[in-house]
Structure formats: C-alpha cells, structure tokens
Design a protein around this ligand. Structure first.
Ligand code: ATP
Length: 887
C-alpha cells in the first residue's frame, strides 16, 4: 500500500478535496499594528513634541491677543507632518509585506498523478507525498515513508541542530522531542534524502502553532542609516546650540534689558517677548534637525527593493542594496550563474560499449541502473517530449540522457532496492549507492560516480565488452581524453561499480576501497549564458574584480573564464589554484595569493569561506554567490551573500539577496542599482544640508539683526516639508544611472558627505544667506520694518531658490545637464509641481496663518525667473566641465 502511495501520490481531484477539508498550507500572517497605532506613534517624535509645546504656548499668546491664526497654522503643520510621515511609513509597510509574499513562494517536490513535479509550498496539501533532499526546507508536518541517511536541523523549533530521522522503528530515539519518523515544517534536511506524507498544513503545523514566520526585517539599520543618523544628530546639536543662543540673546534684548531700564518683571508684553523668543528657538530646532535623512534611506531602499525585484534580485536584507554598490570583488559560482545551467551529456564513453554503437545503452542495463539508482534527481515527464528536470542538475542531465535513449529511469530506480547511500557533496565530489540489483538478479552492487580523478583512484580494473582488464595501462589515455573535454569547458563525470557480498554490514564509505571497476565517463556541456560576457565587462570597467569559485576542474574553469573574458593569454598559473592546494597554504601565503587569484577550482565550501575572509582582510567588499547548504557560512561572512533562486533554502536563508534567475547579469545590475542608490542619497543630503545651513543662519542672524522673524514657524514647517519629505521622494525615486559603472568603487568606510559636497553645501548655503540678508535689508524701511507684502516676497524667494537648486542636486555629480533624463523622472516632476502649487496656495490664501498677503502676477514671474539663475549657473558650470572633458 505504502509503496503504491509513494509512486502515485494524490490525483488532482484528491488535492482539491484535501485542500477544502484541511485548508491551504499558509500561516496566518502576524497581526499588524493598527493604522491608528502607527499614526499616534508619529507623536513620539521629539520634533513633534516640541511643536506641541509650541502650540500650547502660542495658544496662551493667542488668548492674550485674541488672535488665533498662528496657533491654527502650527497645528495644521503638525497634522501635515505627522500625516505625511505616516502615509510614507504605511505604504513602505505595504511594500515589505508584498515582497515577503514573493519570498514565501518556495518550490516543493511532490508526487502527484504518478509523477514527480514541483509545486509552490502553499499548494501542498494533507496527504501529499513530498520528496526531500539535502538542503530542502520541510514545507509541512508529515510522516516519513522512506529515508536514506536522513538528518534534519530542528534548531528553530527544538534547538536541536542535527536530529536523525528514520522509518526503522528499532532506531527510534525515544528521548527526542518529536517522533523520529516525523518531519516538521520550517526545519531543514541537512543530510540524506527521503519521502514523507503530509499530515498537517498551515497553522495546524507545529511551526504554525509556536511561531510566526520570519521575513524581511524592516528595522535592521544599515551602515548608511547609522552614518546619516549620526550626521542628523550632529547638525541637530548645532541647531540646538544656536536655538539656545538665539533664545538668550532675544531674552536679554527684549526682557532683561528693558527690566534694567525700569520695566516691571511681569507684564503681558514681557510674556509675549518670552514666548516669541521661544518660538524662534523652536523654529531653529525644527529647521536644524534633518529628520528626513534617515527616512530618505529607508524610502530609497524600499523603492529600490521593489525595482530590483523586476531585475530578478529579491532583496531579503534591506542594507544589501546599498552594500552592493560598494562591492569591490564578486566571487561567483560557475554553473547556472555564468553558464545556462542546461547541462546536457555531450559525449559518453562507456568502455563496455566501446565496440558497440554508442548511444544504444539499452544493451547495457548495468549502466542504466547505475545512473538511475545512484541519483537523487527526477524528471517531470508530464510532457514526454520536453521533460522538466528536478533536483541536482548534473544528475538531471544524466537522466535526460537516459530519457533520450528511451530508458525509463523511474522503473530502474524502483526495481533496484537501495540499501545505503552516500549522497553527493561538494566536499566529497562523488556519490555512492549500494543496491540490491535487479539487473544482476538480486546481487548487491555498489555504484559510484563523481569527479573522474576521484573515481579513477577508487578503481583498479576497467570494464570492457569481453570482461575486465587492468586500469593502469589505459589510465593515461583516459586522462588525456578527459582533459580534451575539459579544455572545451565541459564537466566530466566518471562511473564505477563493485559487487558486494550479501553478508557485508560495514557502512558504505568503508566498503568502497580502491578495487572498483571503472565503467566509463561522460562529458557534460553547459554553455555560457549569452549576456554574461557583457555583464562581466561592465563589472570589470567599474573596477569590480571577479573570481570564479567552482567545484569543476582547472581546465573546465579556465576555458569558461576565457569565454567570459576574465582569463587572458598572459595569465599564469598563479591566477589559478585548486581548493586542496589553497587549503594547504599557510594563512600568510594564502593572504598573498588571493589578491591575484582569478579562479579557484575543485573548491570546497570551506575554501570559499576562507577566500572571502582573506579578501576582506585586504579591505575588499566581497559579494559571494552560493547555492548549496554548505555555502551558508561563506554567504554569511560575505558583505553581500547572493543565493541562487534554484539553491537550497538554507543558502537562501543565509543570504542577503536571492538571484531569482541565478544569472551573473543580475549581479552586475545590482551593483549598478546599489551605486545609483548611494548617489541619490548623496544628492538628497546635498540638497537638504544646503537648505539647513541657509535656513539656520538666516533665522538666527535675521532675528538678531531685525525685529520681525524673517520666516515664521509655519512658513518654516512648509520649507521643512519640502526639504525633508518631498525632496526625499523626488531624489530617491530618480532612475538608476548606468554611468555610475564608469567610476571605481567607493570605500565602504567613506563618509557619505564628501569634501566636494561639503564645499558645495557651505559655499552655496552661505551664498544664499548673504543674498537673503541683503534682500531683507533692501526690503526694510528706515525704521527697520518690513511690510507683509515684502515678507511674502522674501518667503517666496527663499522657497524658489531651493526649488531651482533641486535641479542642481539632481544633476550632481555628473557633468550632464539637469534636464537630461527628465522624461523618466516622473516623481521628480511631480514634486516640482507640488512645490509650485503649495507655494502659490500658501502665499495667496495663507493669510494670517502663514503671515502672507497675495502677490501680484508680475512679482510671481519676477521671482520665478530671477531665482532660476541658480540653475543656469549650475548648467553653465556643467557645460564647461563637459567641454573640458571632451578636450
Ligand atoms: P559550480 O561552480 O560549477 O557550480 P560546483 O562547486 O557546484 O561547481 P560541484 O557540484 O561540487 O561543483 O561539482 C564538482 C565535481 O563533482 C564536478 O566536476 C563533477 O565531476 C562532480 N559532480 C558534480 N555533481 C555530481 C553528482 N551529482 N554526483 C557525482 N559527482 C558529481
């Protein structure tokens, strides 16, 4: 009965019935904070708290003067600031949840309608037969039907990293938390393989009961986040100090000095003066604290994550987008990343068939059985013309080959009873299976296959049509032929076997010995992906080094490296090393070698990890790709771990980004995205800090020199909104800029504000202040009073200076005109429109709340045109740079 179930699985009808009875295999998402809670959290912001105090105080003044405009204005501004902040956050949350759903879609191998195929994890139902392999995450709770050396990592449920799982009751561990034949959702297979029948899905699983699934964490702070928070604090402190200074100066001038001159301590007028001094201080603080800085990073990252998904990069840890831009070395896998991962057997050399027609394998069932049983891959033959491969691609290529020879691998696999198996691993580089052979009528046969040098070392004789002969005479010839294939970039695989006595009880590793019979070898081709050479050259010209880390042979790896353009005629053997040779080097020698290394072949995961660590010691920012369970440490150590979409769950869990299409091209794109992101944030910082410097100085000096606040609290709140939220939206949403790939990588430790930016900020900021103070002077009458009309003009001039300067920020640091690529910058145009409309509404209709009076059309046009000089100066400078560059 059980055997039957294992091979047939559920029918489509049964799947539907089970799903309607037991539900889908999804976990109810954790209850999210209510929108109200999110909204009220905004009031925890210290700036908002200060503003609330200001509202209360201004209310007192309002009651005294019976004049409520300013109070209402500040109140509206607070609502606006909290409301917009809240809106941004809520939409970012929504985005993260969407991304989480994508990462939730893991493919699971199930048997249905007598066929092995892949379905999404959420489609698994109670009663499904799931096929499990090393590295798989278990999709639901279930009972084992079959297990071969199966071990599970249950650490996220029970804390146990290695638990033996078996169907053999005699071996059951009675002390284990869960029965030895039970597998649990959320745990992973760390060794062996097997099949289970699903008993519980979704919330009914143990995992569903105890925990909610971990997804993308939105509150992990990136290094850049921390940098900007530091910067914001620093600027905030300067603003705070100036605010206190301004408060004291005004208090001395308007309260203490008059008191010395005879005014009583308390009068309504005195109170009014104190409150006004307080308002100025509040304004200064509000302007000074660039609270938008950290938010701009979050916003840019969230936007980037969404866009990167379109280029096949599923970002799991937010900071990875940004670190990708600082990457200096990429250590890449070969299969799938550089090549198409469409492995096909190109040549087969089975010596038993030498004198017969190669290709008619049916004559030698031993070979068919050897391939079919000594494998964990599957073919989904729903479409017999185009079978889909499932599992290890090398093994799948062999199954496809059998399929092309009209051999049904499943039949052979079912008929040869597996007694023990040593699954393939990159460390071992071979695989072995002990079976009760159907071909040899119940005799026990040990089949081995793997890297040819491994297999050859375990064989002493060679199978020929007429029998066996000594291997030693033929070895040199075989090795030469292998090298020929490897020089053509092909992967080679050797096969051997040995008949084992039925009474043998030792574990499989002990019985292999070195007296197996060599059956032959195959050469598997896997062409380089078409887009890879171009992507490689993009990375190289961007100053990003590329190292191939592969399990394949030196010859194969070198040929692939040559085809993609990283191996030149002039390269020597010092640019290539094998894993075992690398492991034999001392730390000091290895440290010296890694710098010039281009290829590490026959590499094992531990070599990869050491390579990453040594490169980091050289100060490199390393991105590493990985697909296997054993790659997890290297992925963890890397600055950015890139897991293959086709890789194991363990690898994905350890990674920062999943490459959905496995392709190197997507890595190159991610580097460009990362650099563009950094550039956009720099643009924002440049813009924001220029306003900060000019607004702080203006309010500070303006209040010290004049009588009236040059810019009121409510006006400042509007400016604050432009520079924090709007500008973050406008600049963070700029499309990626391919020209960033012409620069060398930045250092990861570089401060985001470069010297050039600092000069720019201070120069322009101070320039603005000088001009604006001159304007104030021009506007004031002989008593130092400025009319409301002129103050409205002044406010509008300030805003439009920033408006035009936003263009300059957009063009930074390129030599291109600010108008280039405008058509693709919709967010930017929208923000420009918002600023104009907002300013017109505020000035024309703001009245007492904003302390404005309507301006004449002529004045609007005059201000709009005159302030644009800022942009034209920038354009001329950029034009000159372009001309100089051309010359
Ligand atoms: P890549 O960088 O190409 O992804 P890899 O590190 O994944 O390479 P491995 O899969 O470790 O390389 O393969 C190393 C060698 O082991 C291959 O050249 C091949 O000879 C052998 N090999 C690969 N897959 C299997 C398998 N399933 N069974 C037996 N031997 C295998």
């Amino acid at each position: 009965m059980q055997i039957n179930k294992k091979t047939t699985g559920l029918s489509e009808q049964e799947v539907l019935e089970s799903r309607s009875k037991y539900g889908e295999n999804i976990l109810t998402p954790p209850k999210r904070d209510s929108l109200w809670k999110l909204f009220f959290e905004k009031f925890n912001d210290p700036i908002i708290k200060i503003l609330l105090v200001a509202v209360a105080l201004s209310l007192v003044v309002s009651i005294v003067h019976n004049e409520y405009a300013e109070t209402i204005g500040i109140f509206v501004a607070i609502c606006l600031a909290t409301g917009i902040g809240f809106w941004f956050e809520a939409s970012a949350h929504k985005r993260f949840n969407l991304l989480n759903q994508v990462s939730d879609d893991v493919a699971v191998k199930v048997v249905r309608n007598s066929n092995v195929r892949e379905v999404m994890r959420k489609e698994v139902v109670v009663g499904d037969i799931v096929v499990l392999e090393t590295g798989d995450e278990i999709p639901a709770d279930g009972l084992l039907l079959e297990s071969i050396s199966l071990q599970a990592n249950e650490s996220n449920l029970t804390g146990e990293p290695i638990v033996r799982k078996t169907t053999n009751e005699a071996d059951f561990n009675t002390h284990a938390t869960y029965p030895s034949n039970m597998l649990l959702r959320g745990t992973t297979v760390v060794e062996g393989h097997g099949m289970m029948e699903v008993s519980h899905v979704g919330d009914a699983t143990e995992f569903g009961k105890v925990a909610q699934e971990s997804g993308i964490s939105t509150n992990v702070k990136s290094p850049l986040d921390l940098q900007l928070e530091g910067l914001a604090k620093y600027v905030g402190r300067i603003g705070g100090a100036l605010a206190i200074l301004a408060f004291l100066v005004m208090l001395t001038r308007n309260v203490i000095m008059p008191h010395v001159a005879g005014t009583p301590w308390f009068s309504w007028d005195q109170l009014d003066h104190v409150l006004q001094a307080f308002m100025v201080a509040v304004t200064l603080i509000v302007v000074a604290v660039p609270e938008g800085l950290p938010m701009s990073v979050t916003l840019s990252l969230a936007l980037n994550m969404k866009r990167m998904l379109k280029t096949n990069n599923l970002v799991r840890k937010m900071h990875a987008c940004e670190t990708m831009g600082a990457t200096t070395v990429i250590c890449t896998d070969k299969t799938g990343t550089l090549t198409r991962n469409q492995m096909r057997v190109n040549e087969s050399n089975f010596f038993a068939l030498q004198n017969q027609q190669i290709g008619e394998v049916q004559n030698d069932l031993l070979i068919v059985e050897s391939i079919a049983s000594n494998s964990t891959a599957h073919l989904d033959t729903t479409d017999l013309q185009k079978p889909k491969t499932i599992g290890n691609p090398t093994e799948a290529a062999l199954l496809l080959w059998l399929h092309s020879q009209k051999q049904n691998y499943l039949e052979f696999r079912e008929n040869a009873k597996v007694i023990d198996q040593l699954s393939f691993s990159t460390e071992r580089k071979y695989m072995a299976t002990l079976v009760e052979s159907d071909v040899l009528k119940g005799k026990r046969i040990l089949y081995i296959k793997g890297a040819p040098e491994m297999i050859l070392s375990k064989c002493s004789t060679i199978q020929e049509v007429s029998g066996t002969s000594a291997l030693s005479e033929k070895k040199a010839d075989i090795e030469k032929r292998l090298l020929d294939y490897q020089n053509k970039a092909m992967r080679t695989l050797g096969f051997g076997y040995k008949i084992i006595d039925n009474s043998e009880t030792r574990p499989i590793a002990d019985i292999i010995g070195n007296d197996c019979i060599f059956l032959g070898f195959v050469a598997i081709s896997d062409p380089v992906r078409d887009d890879v050479p171009a992507a490689v050259s993009r990375c190289l010209s961007a100053g990003v080094g590329i190292k191939i880390v592969t399990g394949d042979t030196p010859a194969t790896a070198r040929e692939i490296a040559r085809q993609i353009g990283i191996w030149n005629e002039s390269d020597q053997m010092q640019n290539l090393i094998t894993g075992p040779d690398f492991a034999a080097l001392s730390d000091e020698e290895a440290f010296k070698r890694v710098k010039h290394l281009k290829i590490m072949c026959r590499a094992r995961p531990s070599d990869k990890q050491r390579l990453v660590q040594l490169l980091q010691k050289h100060g490199e920012v390393v991105a590493v790709t990985g697909d296997g369970t054993n790659d997890a440490p290297a992925l963890n150590y890397a600055n950015v771990g890139l897991a293959m979409g086709s890789g194991t769950s363990v690898a994905k869990e350890a990674s920062d980004i999943t490459l959905l299409d496995d392709s190197f091209n997507s890595i190159a794109t991610a580097v460009m995205w990362g650099r563009s992101l950094y550039q956009n944030i720099q643009r924002f910082v440049l813009f924001q800090l220029t306003i900060n410097v000019s607004a702080i100085l203006l309010v500070f000096l303006g209040t010290l020199l004049g009588r009236e606040l040059p810019i009121t609290v409510t006006q400042m709140l509007w400016i604050n909104l432009i520079m924090d939220t709007f500008a973050a939206g406008a600049l963070a949403s700029l499309p990626p800029d391919p020209s960033v790939m012409k620069n060398k990588p930045r250092k990861n430790t570089d401060f985001i504000v470069t010297k050039k930016m600092m000069t720019n900020i201070l120069g322009l900021g101070i320039g603005f202040v000088v001009f604006l103070l001159g304007l104030l002077y021009y506007f004031s009458d002989s008593d130092g009073n400025i009319s409301r009309y002129n103050l409205s003009m002044f406010f509008t001039v300030f805003v439009f200076l920033q408006f035009w300067n936003l263009f300059n920020a957009k063009a930074y640091p390129s030599k291109q005109s600010a108008f280039s690529g405008m058509g693709k910058s919709l967010g930017f145009i929208l923000v420009l429109a918002l600023i104009i409309v907002g300013q017109v509404l505020i000035v024309q209709f703001g009245g007492e709340v904003f302390r404005t009076v309507p301006l004449a059309l002529n004045d609007w046009l005059l201000i709009f045109g005159a302030t644009s000089v800022i942009l034209w100066i920038g354009e001329i400078i950029r034009l000159i740079k372009r001309l100089l560059h051309r010359n």
